[in-house]
Design a binder for this molecule. Structure first.
Ligand SMILES: [Zn+2]
Length: 572
């Protein structure tokens, strides 16, 4: 016993040595990734700073930049500034040896020459422009004449494979005009499993309905207005769908779009449904298995059209990956705003400081951080400042339909539009929460910042379809649109929400969206920029492709694109 004890005692130092070595090994193993993490944090603290953000925002939102409207001096100054910034940061040009991608646009003004007549079933009705209907065309032409185009009630105008839903089932729309309902069948049913209940899906957007009708080969498409599911009243339809509008210009001069895209007031729609002898049209359209109904009516409409072609620019830069340079992460932010307009309290420059000098500045700071990384990430990281977001996501739509980098090799999009200035936030609000696995990446990084992730509280308003990430989503690229905007770290939820509401009421798309020294606390912007950097950085060093979650309306497009040997998705 004693001897044995002695023996044990004598090997004790050896055991201690071995344990010590093990401890050192374990600690060291932990240390190397920790030190990498530390070095990224140190880099972020150096690369993403309040003074730099302030400088970018103050410049982009200055009166000198005239509200950054496409085709103006403001555009010239803005894209020069961005090219300069990318160059100074040390990023490569993103389009061959150029930092620019030309975006061909056309400004079209279509004016109905008078009434729209609808005839049939021994009846006829005259609808008055603006009062009862509005109509536009995207076709680059001098005149639109629609004569005796048969009206077909096509429910919600939706073809959604994931819901096994086809409102155009069995109908040939050539020469005909589709009459469709606003929003999607789920709205107002309080059944969250029917489409997405009150959360608007992509299929609820008017943009989708116009595109689908064109894919069906319809001559015209008319949306039936209804204030609750639309989210706005008829007067908004009147002002938004009359006058000049800016569109992308395809090679065929948009001839593949419907000859006319219109809306009718609910009252006029009721009149038409009565003439067509269709009862309870909303109820019928909501029923699974709905079949399109020929209304026995035809429509006549003539429009005078004037148009002007012009080119604006996306600005693009990159850091080439060292391991898989042919796989891409795209950060995006729209550089444009709405320019000079009606003076409000003597100020006619709509500076767009929050919308979207803030997002552009945050993107430049993220770009700066990627540029300063000692070693390039494994995948290539792209920074894309897009034009004409305010005119309908046109710059990003053009990029998505004419991608410089293959869509099916583009791993993710991270979009920034309106990053708030109220200091550090406790939340990270994800617009379109639940759509893709990018949420899970966001969750991890948010936790590191002691923040919680939450879904957009206004999901019924369809914000997921209202900024540039949507253009990427449409072609199947998983896209994230997230920032802190719910709970200011010290002031709490109520204060924050009151401030946000006040801003929306007073400053949204107004000349008062300006940078205010003293009022703007950029600490939260730094926080968001670091967070969005880390998400992209993580993905840029992985081999996996984040997926759309089951039930996402973009999953099918992605699967199709990944399965296709082609480098781009055919635009519809
Ligand atoms: Zn915006």
């Amino acid at each position: 016993m004693k001897k044995a004890f002695f023996y044990l005692k004598s090997i004790q130092p050896f055991i201690f040595t071995i344990i010590l070595i093990l401890i050192i090994l374990v600690v060291n193993g932990g240390c190397s990734s920790e030190s990498e993490e530390n070095s990224v944090d140190i880099l972020l603290d150096r690369a993403i700073t309040e003074p730099e953000l302030r400088e970018h925002i103050q410049t982009l939102a200055s009166d000198e930049f005239e509200g950054r409207m496409p085709f103006t001096e403001g555009e010239k100054k803005t894209i020069q500034y961005l090219e300069n910034a990318f160059n100074t940061i040390g990023l490569e040009p993103g389009n061959g040896d150029s930092y620019f991608q030309a975006v061909p646009l056309v400004e079209i003004e279509a004016t109905p020459t008078g009434i729209m007549t609808v005839e049939g079933n021994g009846n006829s009705v005259e609808l008055n422009y603006r009062e009862d209907f509005v109509a536009l065309t995207r076709r680059v032409t001098d005149r639109i004449e629609v004569g005796n185009s048969e009206l077909v009630f096509c429910g919600f105008g939706i073809v959604a494979p994931e819901y096994d839903w086809n409102d155009y089932e069995g109908v040939d729309m050539a020469g005909k005009t589709a009459v469709v309902l606003v929003n999607d069948p789920g709205f107002g049913t309080s059944d969250s499993a029917f489409f997405k209940g009150n959360t608007m899906t992509y299929y609820g957007r008017w943009t989708y309905k116009y595109e689908e009708a064109a894919r069906q080969g319809a001559e015209g498409v008319i949306i039936i207005h209804n204030t609750a599911p639309a989210g706005y009243a008829w007067n908004v339809v009147q002002s938004s769908w009359t006058g000049k509008a800016l569109y992308l210009k395809s090679e065929d001069g948009n001839q593949s779009r419907c000859a006319f895209e219109g809306w009718v007031s609910q009252q006029s729609a009721r009149q038409l449904m009565e003439m067509a002898d269709i009862e309870n049209y909303l109820g019928q359209a909501r029923k699974p298995g709905f079949q399109p109904i020929s209304m026995g009516l035809s429509v006549n409409l003539t429009m005078d059209v004037t148009y002007k072609e012009a080119t604006s620019q996306n600005v693009i830069a990159k850091r080439t990956g060292h391991e898989r340079p042919d796989e891409y992460i795209i950060y995006s932010a729209h550089w444009d705003h709405i320019g000079v307009g009606k003076p409000i309290e003597g100020d006619s420059i709509y500076n767009g400081a929050l919308d979207n000098a803030s997002g552009t500045a945050v993107m430049l700071e993220i770009a700066d951080a990627f540029s300063q990384l000692a070693e390039a990430p494994e995948r290539t990281v792209i920074f894309l400042a897009v034009t004409a977001e305010e005119q309908g996501l046109l710059g990003s739509a053009y990029y998505a339909e004419n991608p410089i980098y293959p869509v099916n090799k583009t791993v993710a999009n991270i979009n920034m539009d309106g990053i708030h200035f109220r200091g550090p936030m406790k939340d990270l609000t994800i617009v379109g929460y639940g759509q893709s696995e990018l949420d899970d990446y966001a969750e991890v990084v948010a936790k590191e910042q002691d923040r919680y992730v939450m879904p957009d509280p206004n999901a019924e308003k369809g914000y997921f379809f209202r900024s540039d990430h949507f253009s990427f989503a449409k072609v199947g690229i998983p896209a994230l649109y997230a920032s802190g905007e719910y709970e200011q770290a010290e002031q709490g939820v109520e204060w924050t929400q009151a401030k946000m509401d006040e801003w929306t009421q007073r400053d949204y798309h107004q000349p008062s969206d300006e940078y205010e020294e003293g009022e703007w606390n950029l600490a939260g912007m730094v926080q968001d920029a670091q967070l969005l950097f880390k998400i992209g950085y993580q993905i840029s060093n992985e081999e996996t492709f984040p997926q759309w979650k089951p039930g996402s309306e973009f999953k099918a497009a992605r699967e199709q694109s990944l399965a296709s040997p082609q480098s781009t998705v055919d635009s519809p």
